[in-house]
Ligand binder design. Sequence first.
Ligand code: KG4
Ligand code: ZN
Length: 339
Amino acid sequence: MNLLTIETTCDETAAAIINEDLEPLASVVASQEKLHQRFHGVVPEIAARAHLERIMPVIDETLAQANLTLADINAVAVAHTPGLAGSLLVGVSVAKTLAWSLGVPLVGVNHLHGHIYACRLAAGRDIFPCVGLIVSGGHSSLYDCLGPSDFVPLGGTIDDAAGEAFDKVASMLGLPYPGGPSISRCAADGNPQAIPFPRPFLQDSSRLDFSFSGLKTAVRYEIAGPGRPDFSAIEISAQRRADIAASFEQAVVDCLVGKAELAIRKAGRTRLCVGGGVAANRRLRDALQEMADRNQIELIIAPFALCTDNAVMGAIAWEKIKAGSYDELSLDAAPGLIR
Ligand code: KG4
Ligand code: ZN
């Protein structure tokens, strides 16, 4: 049995084929990084148009990689929530068309749940129950994950996502998009204690929330001082840039790790699963491991290749298929943030 999975929630056009043993037979990701680079972030309209151009070639290449044809596909899954409306619509329309024309079941999956399911694929065994931390360009959320279709929200960002903060701070420092890897490279030569950036809510044990908007402003003031709208005339030494990058990265890591630790305690779980693009961050991975060891909990972080958006994590659809739960062709894109 071959499941075709489609992912177009943000700026990656991706498809994969996964068999019922959760083995990926093929996976293709067409990144739009270069298209959005000069805007220092994803432009929704450009993303939607690029998905439209790429989705069929990506599916063709995925089939070719697996040495299969459409006639070998037994079900189609698509990430239909949450994400950018125009981007989601491309994936959902293609998935519905394929499911209808092939006469196979259609399954809609939640992109955020998929990010956590990447840990299931990496572990090769059941991961539920666990606390799930999703840290990406669009989301920073904590869940009590009771089962593959039972994610109870525990908390999340009240403004920007961690990845969004990485992208915008990189832009302020003159570093290329996407900001996460750029900041990490630059931070390697910096002192993470150089600047005491704010860590919102970290000391407040009543909340499992994040806030990264004020942190962006704090970095801006650190670079330019309050009230200066434009960075073009500002000279900044390589060492100072590295110190700002390292101090910013440390502040984000402290917030994410602190709240993940609190969530584990509040939910009474002994396993933490972490996914999303920011989970590729080395400083974050090391700090999470140190926290997990200290609390004697099991930590599963999605492997690097499955942290950023991909269609392999759409394998979560197998859980629904095995439970006999399919979607109608009326399945729609649901852009809204499901906390
Ligand atoms: O999960 P993802 O591919 O897309 C969304 O669903 O949003 O995450 C993309 C985000 C970007 O903001 C990018 O800067 C960030 O993940 N990212 C990183 C790293 N690699 C990617 N952030 C910090 N450190 C990294 N190494
Ligand atoms: Zn994502």
